[in-house]
Design a protein around this ligand. Structure first.
Ligand code: ADP
Ligand code: ASP
Ligand code: MG
Length: 408
């Protein structure tokens, strides 16, 4: 039964004109064999967004929240949609490229983040009705003043899921350079296995703690709108990973995946007065500076003083330092230390809801390798720890061995 589907191809999958031709063959073949109405979303050719960001810096660019930053970095997708539409046309498949303002995909800004407020699907449906494949630019939105906005790095995934949600929560295929979501990054963990299914919640925890195979925002969007989501290879027809609400046996494996990210910085404030209101002041200052805090630990120091450690994205280190300045002037006894050599290591699994002892096993395994746990946070289905960055790959491997390889 023909259906509407969204197929998203990432940077590597459209990295050369040869690859773009392969994408065009795949899409036309799919339409010929199924009769599906296909909306294509593409990212910029691999490396292009980084190149544009670097050019912006060389031109004296004024940070990643400026209007000109967005105008500049959305240019990569401008080229790749036109090339993809040309390649489809050359295979005899009518296609039309669409920038965000031509769909339109409207966004509004909250705390420096551009969130999708509304997508008009009238134009997309009109093209589909005529047998024309819309090729939509990923990553782009159009702001309230009509300028281009961006959905954050890796944001084409969110474009694809948001289009699928607006087209009646139709299936969305994220086609990339790997054939699915793995239990750990295969390049650092040789025993990593492809997962057949994952729940939205597991995928969200994995994506937000380092599995960049999907942008975390795309997973929350898919969950909220119940978009059937797959991650699969753009190079082969192998069955990928299906991401869904629930599946049989989802709690059988205690741990589904292990991730690591090394892009956070840890701040430690010592000698803080241990009295009400200090933490509120500290985190308000960070919030006002639009710095998003991830892990937080407060501990009792000597002489009635407290110490608070927290992590922020490394790129926000100077913004966080700036935000703390006034607070530190008010508290002359307090001191601050910043460590950028840290890694956040996470184990994720629906099975944690029903199995006890995961934390103790995790600490035991890390301890036996001499890896010190500096901070800990948990959710119902995730345990994250901060460790020294130099141990990150070793830590992923030993935890994978302990939780995943030894249980299969
Ligand atoms: P695209 O350009 O198609 O958007 P990305 O580079 O954003 O592709 O995402 C795919 C990459 O995600 C893979 O090549 C892999 O290196 C990385 N990745 C990180 N963690 C995982 C994981 N757990 N499973 C699969 N891929 C992962
Ligand atoms: N081209 C954008 C980036 O490199 C968006 C994407 O690839 O999803 O972040
Ligand atoms: Mg990506």
């Amino acid at each position: 039964m023909p259906q509407t589907v969204v197929m998203k191809f990432g940077g590597t999958s459209v990295g050369t004109t040869e690859r773009i031709n392969a994408v065009a063959n795949r899409v036309s073949e799919h339409i010929r064999s199924t009769g599906d109405r296909v909306v294509v979303v593409v990212s910029a050719m691999s490396g292009e967004t980084d190149r544009l960001i670097e050019l912006g810096k060389q031109a004296g660019g004024c940070g990643n929240k400026s209007r000109e930053y967005h105008q500049l970095v959305t240019a990569g997708e401008h080229a790749s949609i036109a090339l993809t539409a040309m390649a489809l046309e050359s295979k005899g498949q009518p296609a039309q490229s669409l920038l965000a303002n031509q769909v339109p995909i409207r966004t509004h800004e909250i705390y420096g983040l551009n969130l999708i407020s509304d997508i008009d699907v009238e134009k997309l449906n009109a093209l589909l009705d005529e047998g024309i494949v819309p090729v939509v630019a990923g990553f782009q939105g159009v702001g309230e003043d009509g300028s281009f906005t961006t959905l954050g790095r890796g944001g084409s995934d969110t474009t694809a899921v948001a289009l699928a949600a607006s087209l009646g929560s139709c299936p969305c295929f994220i086609l990339t350079d790997i054939d699915g979501v793995y239990t750990a990054l295969p390049s650092i963990c040789r025993g990593a296995k492809k997962l057949k299914k994952l729940t939205y919640e597991e995928m969200l925890e994995l994506a937000s703690s380092g599995a960049k195979v999907l942008q975390a925002r795309s997973v929350s969007f898919a969950h909220k709108h119940r978009v059937p989501l797959w991650v699969a290879s753009s190079f082969s027809d192998d069955e990928g990973t299906e991401i869904l609400e629930e599946y049989e046996g989802m709690e059988d494996a205690v741990v589904s995946g292990i991730t690591c990210r090394v892009d956070e910085a840890k701040f430690t404030l010592r000698n803080l007065p241990d009295k009400p209101g200090i933490a509120a002041k500290l985190f308000k200052a960070l919030g006002d500076a639009e710095v998003v805090v991830d892990m937080i630990v407060q501990s009792q120091g000597a002489g009635g003083n407290a110490a608070i450690s927290f992590t922020v994205p490394q790129e926000d280190t100077s913004a966080a330092e700036g935000a703390l300045k006034n607070l530190l002037l008010e508290l002359p006894e307090a001191s601050v230390e910043v460590d950028t050599d840290i890694a956040k290591l996470s184990v994720v699994g629906e099975g944690m809801r029903t199995h006890a002892g995961v934390a103790s096993r995790m600490f035991e395994v890390l301890g036996s390798e001499g890896i010190n746990v500096e901070m800990i946070t948990t959710s119902e289905i995730k345990i994250s720890v901060a460790i020294q960055a130099k141990y990150s790959e070793l830590a992923v491997r030993v935890l994978h061995e302990a939780f995943i390889q030894s249980s299969s």
